[in-house]
Design a protein around this ligand. Structure first.
Ligand code: ATP
Ligand code: MG
Length: 370
């Protein structure tokens, strides 16, 4: 997909923003707090139907407005699309695609994807397991709509079972429902695990190549998928994984009742990231952490390109600031295929790669250059 332009009113601090984009590298430049990340958020939301940071729709509405209106124009599979979004404090979001009211953005998100890299993504390497699960989940949800609904169903079922275990001391009869919950968790978990295993293997292959180039051949990156311990080969078919997961839950029944919580399942999955055979979480330096996280994200973009037949839009929020010149050039070279949006506070190396420079000030893009 290529985004040709966007108009936004009342979306965060974008009060009356209007911008036209190039199909290549767009550099969004402005001092802190002017709306650079907000613009990336609008582009991401209009492509995927999800925000990468807001917990609610209302959070994206300007503090001083009752609603937000965003219109994005894009070229998708050789067709022009106009996606219009209305957010309101009073009601749920409304979406129109080419003037026709739609329940969601599936028509766009099934054929287009967005890959974002922001400073928080360093957590992929250094933090606990949840950002790494989110990395897999967000990519797989964009690729397979079925994965997204399985993931939601898994989350709800897990919540239900946790509640039962918690309340069982007072209401022991609730435990009669546990069999049903475990069956569902094993069935849904088997599908999540199957897809995650295949995705992790592909991610590892591609990211290690990128990381090798990025580090001038000095570093080997490896990503290993870790799931429920009784599973030797997580890429087995879901029908083969299901009985193993169910057995494990039965073995743990007494322990879960005693602990009053869920002890095993896909919700504990993790990716182990190794650099030169050592745990990156424990040993990677700041530069190595950044390089590894970027390699993983660029690999994600390559996977989307293979699956969808064209590159996803790439949103790079403030990635260049802490990289040395060689690494900046590497990133800019590597990403300059397909459409890219890069934010920065001042024009440095990126300007040489920019097809369009968009200065942003107080939520408005004022005039364009290049
Ligand atoms: N719902 C909202 N309504 C109005 N303003 C908001 C809303 N949410 C965030 N903002 C404000 O928008 C401004 C711009 O935020 P943004 O994160 O886009 O800045 P930025 O240009 O990326 O800055 P930095 O270089 O520091 O990352 C901030 O001052 C922020 O407080
Ligand atoms: Mg920002």
């Amino acid at each position: 997909m290529i985004i040709s332009g966007i108009e936004a009113e009342g979306f965060r601090n974008l009060s009356s923003l209007r911008a036209e984009f190039d199909g290549g590298v767009n550099v969004i430049v402005g001092p802190n707090g002017q709306g650079k990340t907000n613009l990336l958020e609008a582009l991401y939301y209009m492509t995927t139907g999800r925000s990468f940071r807001a917990r609610s729709e209302a959070e994206m509405i300007s503090f001083t407005a009752d609603g937000a209106l965003v219109t994005m124009r894009a070229r998708l599979s050789d067709r022009e699309k106009e996606i219009k979004l209305e957010l309101s404090r009073q009601s749920r979001r409304k979406i129109w695609i080419n003037g026709v009211r739609r329940k969601n953005m599936d028509e766009i998100s099934e054929h287009a994807a967005a890959v974002l890299f922001c400073p928080d993504d360093l957590h992929i390497v250094k933090a606990g397991s949840s950002p790494r699960r989110r990395l897999m989940d967000s990519a797989l949800s964009q690729i397979y709509p079925r994965y997204s609904s399985d993931l939601q169903a898994y989350g709800k079922t897990l919540e239900g079972k946790s509640r039962i275990l918690r309340d069982s001391a007072e209401k022991p009869r609730l435990l009669e429902l546990i069999d049903e919950y475990d069956d569902r968790l094993a069935a849904l978990g088997a599908r999540l695990i199957h897809y995650r295993a295949r995705y992790a293997r592909r991610l590892s292959e591609i990211a290690s190549g990128i990381h090798r180039d990025f580090s001038g051949g000095k570093e080997e990156l490896e990503i290993i998928y870790r799931t429920v311990s009784v599973i030797d080969d997580p890429s087995m078919r879901p029908a083969e994984l299901y009985p193993l997961l169910l057995d494990r839950l039965r073995q743990l029944r007494a322990a879960e009742r005693a602990a009053m919580q869920c002890l095993s399942g896909a919700h504990k999955d993790d990716l182990e990231i190794l650099i030169n055979g050592r745990s990156a979480k424990k040993f990677a330096s700041q530069g190595q952490t950044r390089t590894a996280a970027l390699s993983v994200k660029l690999a994600e973009r390559d996977i989307f390109t293979q699956v969808m037949g064209e590159p996803p839009i790439l949103l790079l929020d403030d990635v260049l600031s802490e990289l040395d010149e060689d690494r900046q050039s590497f990133i800019l070279n590597r990403s300059a295929r397909g459409q890219v949006f890069i934010t920065c506070c001042s024009l440095d190396r990126s300007s040489g790669f920019a097809e369009r420079i968009l200065p942003i000030y107080e939520g408005r893009v004022d005039g364009e250059s290049v």
